[in-house]
Design a protein around this ligand. Structure first.
Ligand code: NDP
Ligand code: MG
Length: 381
């Protein structure tokens, strides 16, 4: 029986982790469930899975409730959430945003297997995280569908040799639109992703292609790949989740209908593959699997991410902080879609080179980038 501390249980990934664990109650159980403040969904998960600990990080979330019910200990705040990681076999980090980094670092410090969905962990803290994970001999398992696909094509060995990593992108809801058309898109249009159901932040990032840029940075860290060996291609139906090319010119692709449940389940069961309820693709019915070039001009966030990745040090962390502030402003209706890239670019140009070797420096870079973004958005410059 493997015990899992799930951080971010009420989110899009978290709910799918619950679905996988519910499918195999004889193999997995939750030692802890953690979310931020969505009390209603959280309490229904707690009553179904009965973890030993249940934590909402927002203070006051359990107001009026007893501190323990039927053997489940309830508590609030990030300190308690972090403490849950001390007592599990696998830390499944599915919280959103920069906040995910501290949970990943805690899992590494505690020597736990880390099932990593949270992107910001490697985008912001890749150098620190990979160094500490190597030092502690941590089993760091990718969950994002592209990175799971690469890992599968590399036979679950992130250090295996390859010639090229080829990430696929759906292209998002706006593939083919001109810059002028993009200036007029709404929040509603942006949240209508063609192939994936995800949280709001990553859905917007998929539309701007910032998400794909993040995935290039993550690939660099996970597979120790120079940027020159990482490519991106559009595959509009999200059947091919990514590919690895080898020295002999052959390419292995990982395919399935799009669902996060397969990479989530595999992160918990590998090297075994268990039934997931997913149908095998009907290739004759699919007819064709098309590949198209990425449109970099209309979607500058992709190149901004690559530039920040190549500049290294604190720049990817500043990129993320600026992106989080800009996307939240977009979702609140404060700025338009094309302003997201402009805000990020402006923040990066105002960011001095700062080394990002420890968690405190990363927090400072993140805080500064958000502050700059808020100023830029407020001033309208
Ligand atoms: P959601 O917004 O749907 O969910 C976020 C989850 O994190 C919620 O449970 C939220 O709690 C919780 N949370 C937020 N802040 C904190 C905090 N400080 N401490 C603990 N929990 C917190 O996001 P997604 O599930 O879409 O994405 C989660 C992560 O996985 C992101 O980094 C994303 O980039 C990555 N990812 C997502 C994919 C997807 O298909 N959705 C695919 C690949 C990667 P509450 O609901 O209570 O606010
Ligand atoms: Mg992805």
């Amino acid at each position: 029986m493997i015990s899992i501390a799930l951080i971010g249980s009420t989110g899009s990934i978290g709910r799918q982790v619950c679905s996988v664990v519910g499918r195999y109650p004889d193999k997995f159980r939750f030692s802890a469930l953690v979310a931020r403040g969505n009390r209603e969904v959280f309490l229904s998960q707690v009553s179904r899975f009965r973890p030993r600990r249940a934590v909402l990080t927002q203070e006051g979330s359990f107001a009026g409730m007893p501190s323990a019910i039927d053997g489940v200990l309830f508590s609030e705040g990030e300190e308690n959430a972090l403490e849950c990681i001390e007592d599990c076999d696998v830390a499944f980090v599915a919280a959103s945003g920069f906040a995910g980094l501290k949970y990943s670092l805690k899992a590494i410090a505690c020597g736990k297997r880390l099932a990593l969905a949270n992107k910001e962990t490697l985008v912001c803290g890749g150098g620190l995280v990979m160094r500490e994970a190597a030092r502690r001999g941590i089993d760091l398992v990718p969950v994002d569908s592209e990175h799971s696909a690469l890992w599968q094509a590399l036979h679950f060995d992130r250090r295996a040799p390859f010639e090229q990593l080829i990430l696929t992108a759906s292209g998002g809801p706006f593939y083919g639109k001109s810059k002028a058309e993009l200036a007029a898109v709404t929040v509603r249009d942006t949240l209508r992703h063609p192939t994936w159901q995800m949280g709001a932040k990553i859905t917007v990032d998929s539309a701007t292609l910032l998400n794909k840029g993040f995935e290039v940075i993550e690939a660099k860290w996970l597979y120790d790949a120079p940027f020159s060996k990482i490519r991106t291609v559009v595959q509009p139906t999200s059947i091919v989740h990514s590919m690895v090319a080898f020295a002999d010119g052959s390419v292995l692709a990982q395919m399935s209908y799009p669902t996060m449940e397969v990479p989530i389940q595999l992160a918990l069961t590998y090297p075994d593959r268990l039934p997931s309820g997913l149908q095998i693709p009907d290739f004759a019915a699919l007819g064709e699997i098309r590949f198209l070039p990425l449109e970099r001009k209309a979607f500058p966030c992709y190149d901004l991410a690559l530039t920040a990745g190549e500049m290294g040090d604190g720049y990817p962390c500043a990129l993320n902080g600026a992106g989080e502030a800009a996307v939240h402003a977009f979702l609140r209706g404060q700025i338009g879609f094309t302003r997201i890239a402009e805000v990020i670019e402006e923040v990066l140009s105002r960011t001095p080179r700062v080394r990002a070797d420890d968690y405190e420096s990363l927090c400072e870079i993140d805080r500064r980038a958000r502050g700059e973004a808020v100023k830029i958005i407020g001033n309208g410059v």
